[in-house]
Design a protein around this ligand. Structure first.
Ligand SMILES: Nc1nc2c(ncn2[C@@H]2O[C@H](COP(=O)(O)OP(=O)(O)OP(=O)(O)O)[C@@H](O)[C@H]2O)c(=O)[nH]1
Length: 352
């Protein structure tokens, strides 16, 4: 039987834990981006509860696409020890789709896919707190300790469950806010940033380039004879073609570069720290690659061709986003003027 002093002491400790959980909740509930959310959540949990290893495991389910896009932009996710992406099946099999915290200090092998490689050898015990968004398990917040005692399975997990619920509810809010702003700034077909975003980003990059006296290049890209793709293979193929080009543009540019869908079959690349020669080289490489990599559509090879015009700030007297675009568009026009005319894709792509 616990003494009165022991009961009072326990109540005080519980109150203290509840206060820390509340502090965390207040700080994470109004965050606007998932990437900031995870950064803050992991830092706060580690600091407030003095936890050695804190990380998030996310499943690769499509429901997490926008969270992953928020964290790593349009490019491929790099694994880090704080955010760990894993196959949905592996996750659900290991946790048996549990919605309750799992405490373990033995048999880590079963959970190996959830544990970052750098943490695995040190782990004495861990708590897996499921993250549930819109009723679906999307991963877990994981707490690890080098000692086997901290997350011993027989321990009361009431506060861990509270942490899991608070983190899940806050993440759902962040994720909705971010989805709304994502849809407002993206082209729905290719998911590239839209023209309005381009104008804003270009203004921002231009002032940065003025401040640092660095060049800024812009490439205006237009697909050749795109109308013929629609007319020959249908609109669905045209849509696939645009997505194909958009993905290649992302794949073939670097992390700090920006890719936008300007309109219809037109795209814009904004390349910080690049001059016209660099931009010409990048655009030429993309053009060559696309010409050599036809789109496969229903067993047919649909040849892909683009024209481009590139310009950089060091070629203009007082560059603005409008003069950059205009100059790149004029160069694009020159390239278009010199491309051989095609009146039929079948003929032009020699599909007979
Ligand atoms: N499938 C599809 N087609 C689109 C989309 N947006 C615009 N288009 C079509 O893109 C075509 C663009 O045609 P044009 O501006 O004549 O360009 P082009 O055929 O590439 O001709 P050049 O630029 O001279 O090589 C139009 O037929 C539009 O209807 C889209 O989202 N999906």
């Amino acid at each position: 039987m616990p003494t009165v002093e022991e009961l009072i002491d326990r109540a005080r400790k519980n109150e203290e834990i509840a206060r820390r959980l509340f502090d965390i909740e207040v700080q994470i509930m109004n965050i606007g981006h998932c990437s900031d959310f995870f950064d803050q959540l992991l830092t706060l949990v580690a600091e407030k509860f003095n936890i050695e290893h804190v990380w998030v495991s996310l499943t690769d389910s499509p429901i997490n696409d926008h969270i992953l896009r928020s964290i790593c932009g349009d490019r491929e996710q790099e694994q880090s020890s704080a955010l760990h992406v894993m196959a949905t099946m592996d996750f659900l099999q290991a946790t048996q789709s549990s919605r309750e915290p799992i405490l373990i200090n033995d048999g880590f092998k079963k959970y190996r896919y959830l544990i970052p490689q750098a943490v695995y050898p040190k782990l004495g015990s861990m708590a897996i707190l499921p993250l549930v968004v819109d009723g679906k398990i999307i991963g877990s917040l994981n707490l690890g300790d080098n000692s086997p005692d901290r997350y011993e399975p027989s321990k009361d997990s009431f506060f861990l469950k509270q942490l899991a619920v608070k983190a899940s509810i806050s993440l759902a809010g962040v994720s909705i806010r971010e989805k709304i702003s994502f849809l407002a700034t993206r082209d729905p077909l290719t998911l590239l940033r839209n023209r309005r975003e381009m104008e804003e980003s270009l203004e921002r990059e231009l002032s940065r380039s003025r401040r640092h006296h660095d060049p800024l290049a812009l490439v205006f890209i237009d697909c050749d004879d795109f109308k013929l793709v629609n007319d020959t293979y249908g609109h669905d193929c045209g849509d696939l073609y645009l997505k194909y080009v958009a993905n290649k543009l992302i794949d073939m540019t670097r992390k700090g570069d920006m890719v936008f869908r300007f309109a219809g079959d037109e795209f814009v690349l904004v390349l910080p720290n690049q001059n016209t020669a660099d931009a010409e080289m990048i655009a030429g490489r993309i053009k060559d690659h696309l010409s050599a990599s036809p789109l496969m559509y229903r067993g047919l090879q649909v040849s892909v061709s683009i024209s481009y015009g590139s310009i950089s700030t060091d070629q203009l007297v007082e560059p603005t986003h409008k003069t950059l675009l205009k100059a790149a568009d004029e160069k694009l026009y020159q390239m278009k003027k010199h491309k051989p005319p095609r009146c039929s894709l079948i003929e032009a792509f020699d599909l007979h």
